[in-house]
Design a protein around this ligand. Structure first.
Ligand code: I6G
Length: 669
């Protein structure tokens, strides 16, 4: 082996040891799990290729990290191992084939499948059913005594309940911070200007390893069992799954997703299902674990280096990745808000390629200590927008300070930041082309005037070509003016002009929303319309009457007042009204007769377009009664998919049966 390979292995080993120290000892990881996995895989491959360099203290042969002096040490009677990984169905097949070969088995194997929680592994020792010791995994041989802290975790029993509890029992499992609690904790930390955690796993680890257990007691931690270590004087089932169920009977918590499966096919089906459910689970998981269920077979298979041969983890796509911050762009929003946006070296994370991420405001850049050129950790938990959660200390030498602009990047007007507000704003108002574009886009959007086909690209071109400056100018456009635009054929231009004309029949609530008054969303616009009934009354409203409305506080009232006082806005409103925008006259609530008053509906079967609860509320808002059972008093039965006895009864009684579409049509009218 050459000197360079020798050096490469040594350096890689040292690098991984440093990662281990940051992760396990300091609870402050400096690389993502995905990057760590790649590095350890590389080291394993190199050690296999050059076995003369395999060393027993290599990170490929050990588990976890060192032990903090602050806690007393606990020698695990049975080592706490980690798990091997598979990343594909083919690797799972190889795993099963290795097992079958070793067992000389041809029958289909039964596996207990469990979610792999992203937390901190611990061991709990119960003597005569009483919790006497709790320890972290540590390096797998020696852990830390965290008994005092663990005793503050609400779902860990201090005393097991029931029969046949072994004289001595070791339960192993994972301590996590549930996602909702983690988010609450971080929001609180942000509000108090204290440091939050990068992810729920670090939150769990950091909370469990507090020196003061009163601190741990204030952290919302939870524990879930995944296995058993020591058993003394006790008789347990010969199935891992059954053993876990027994733990539950004694009072120990299990995750709900544990089940039995047969062969590779069953395992993959469980993987697919769990991956789909990932976003809805209360805790974060990073994969699924397949375990040979038969304890006798587990014993026959034994262990290899630091992992059991009878179990493996099938990892899910990483939710955190690291990449480079290439640049920061400053975007101008509808109300002039300047949002810094990180431009990233594209990276595949949480199932999508991410190349941009909002940095929200200047405070966020400062909080992260971010500089252009930094390596950053991107987190995209299932279905959540990507976020930069950390800038890593190994910044490149070329890193460059991010300068928040003092002038708008679009119109060069001054940017102002009001004392106590996080958001900086361009002061250009509708002079700023960016704000004009956004205002027109917002005016045309589906929830507002609903001009079909008036998308981002069309609005941008219309403003850039100087064809429109305000939403009112839309109504003066002709098809001939549109045709020369990019990707605009004659038919499309004609459709767009028709859509503009059609939007003129609107509602007061939609018109108010379309004006784009700061902090007036659709619910507030509706409340304003219902209260003031006419645009004129709203325009003339004083602060007191505005503040009497739901959702309208001092600030929103101020925004509404100042919007209608601006001459430019008055002119645009006048132009819109003279272009022909109109809406049905509104009546005060007391005078209204709701269209479905006195009608009784029954909803049955599965509704696919609107959740049942929403349908119920929408019907009730129109005055209908919604009942749970069909009787002669029922006016309509709405029958979704697989409707059963209620539909039959409705047919027997000759009651009008509506499809879900017919109900939606009724609601629309
Ligand atoms: O680290 C682990 C996480 C989850 C595990 C584990 C697990 O089961 C759901 N199972 C075993 C057998 C081991 N580590 C060694």
């Amino acid at each position: 082996m050459s000197q360079t390979t020798d050096t490469k292995i040594t350096l890689l080993r040292e690098k991984i040891q440093a990662y281990n120290h940051d992760y396990y000892t300091l609870d402050a990881p400096t690389v993502t799990d995905a990057e760590y996995d790649r590095q350890i895989k590389l080291l394993r491959e190199l050690e296999q290729q050059f076995p003369e360099h395999a060393r027993p203290d290599s990170p490929t042969q050990t588990v976890g990290g060192a032990v903090l002096d602050a806690f007393s040490k606990v020698q695990h009677e049975l080592p706490m191992l980690s798990l091997g990984n598979v990343y594909s169905a083919a690797e799972l097949d190889d795993f099963i084939e290795r097992i079958n070969k070793r067992l000389d088995n041809t029958a289909e194997l039964r596996f207990c499948v469990e979610p792999k929680l992203d937390g901190l592994a611990i061991s709990l020792i119960y003597e005569q059913g009483k919790l006497v010791l709790a320890a972290t995994r540590g390096d797998g041989t020696t852990g830390e005594d965290v008994t005092h802290n663990v005793k503050t975790i609400h779902n860990i029993p201090h005393q097991l309940q029931g029969d046949n509890i072994p004289a001595r029992l070791e339960v192993r499992g994972e301590v996590v911070m549930p996602i909702a609690d983690f988010e609450r904790f971080n929001q609180q930390a942000l509000a108090n200007d204290t440091k939050g955690f990068v992810n729920p796993r670090n939150a769990a680890a950091g909370s469990l390893r507090q020196l003061d257990s009163n601190m741990t007691a204030q952290r919302p931690l939870a524990f879930y069992s995944y296995g058993i270590g020591i058993i003394e004087q006790g008789d347990l089932a010969e199935s891992h799954f059954q053993r876990l169920q027994q733990l539950k009977v004694w009072g120990l918590p299990l995750t709900d997703e544990i089940r039995l499966e047969s062969g590779a096919e069953g395992c993959i089906a469980a993987y697919t299902q769990l991956l789909a459910e990932r976003a809805t689970l209360p805790y974060e998981i990073d994969g699924i674990v397949y375990k040979v269920d038969d304890i006798a077979l587990q014993e026959q298979l034994g262990f290899i280096s630091r992992a059991p041969r009878w179990a493996t983890a099938h990892k899910f796509p990483a939710q955190e990745e690291q990449t480079c911050l290439l640049d920061v762009e400053f975007q101008v929003g509808r109300t002039g808000a300047i949002t810094p946006v990180a431009i990233l070296e594209p990276v595949f994370v949480g199932g999508v390629t991410v190349s941009r991420a909002s940095l929200h405001n200047a405070d966020e850049i400062q909080r992260l200590g971010l500089e252009i050129g930094n390596t950053v950790i991107i987190r995209r938990a299932a279905d959540v927008i990507p976020q930069i959660v950390k800038a890593l200390p190994n910044a490149t030498i070329k890193s460059q300070t991010i300068v928040f602009p003092e002038h708008c990047p679009v119109c060069d007007s001054e940017i102002e930041r009001i004392e106590g507000e996080a958001i900086a704003r361009c002061t250009g108002g509708l002079y700023c082309a960016a704000q004009r574009k956004q205002a027109i886009k917002y005016f045309a959007s589906r929830k507002a005037m609903n001009i079909d086909g008036m998308g981002v690209k069309v609005v941008e071109q219309l403003v850039d070509e100087g064809l429109i400056n305000t939403p009112a100018d839309l109504f003066q456009l002709t098809a001939e003016q549109l045709i020369p635009l990019e990707r605009m054929a004659a038919k499309k231009a004609e459709n767009l002009i028709n859509a503009i004309q059609n939007c003129k029949q609107s509602t007061l609530a939609k018109f108010i929303l379309a004006l784009g008054i700061r902090e007036v969303g659709d619910a507030t616009a509706k409340n304003l319309a219902e209260h003031f009934l006419t645009l004129e009354a709203l325009q003339n409203a004083d602060t007191e009457s505005l503040e009497s409305i739901d959702d309208v506080g001092e600030i929103v009232a101020k925004h509404i007042g100042s919007f209608f006082r601006q001459k430019h806005n008055q002119e645009v409103i006048a132009a819109l009204l003279s272009a022909g925008i109109e809406w049905p006259e509104l009546m005060a609530k007391e005078q209204q007769v709701l269209p479905l008053a006195d009608k009784t509906f029954v909803l049955t079967g599965t509704l696919t377009k609107m959740p049942r609860n929403e349908a119920k509320q929408a019907l009730q808002a129109l005055g209908a009664k919604v009942s749970g059972s069909v009787s002669k008093k029922t006016d309509y039965v709405v029958a979704g998919a697989a409707a059963g006895s209620k539909l039959l009864k409705a047919q027997e009684l000759g009651i009008t049966v509506l499809t879900e579409d017919q109900m939606l049509e009724m609601l629309d009218h």
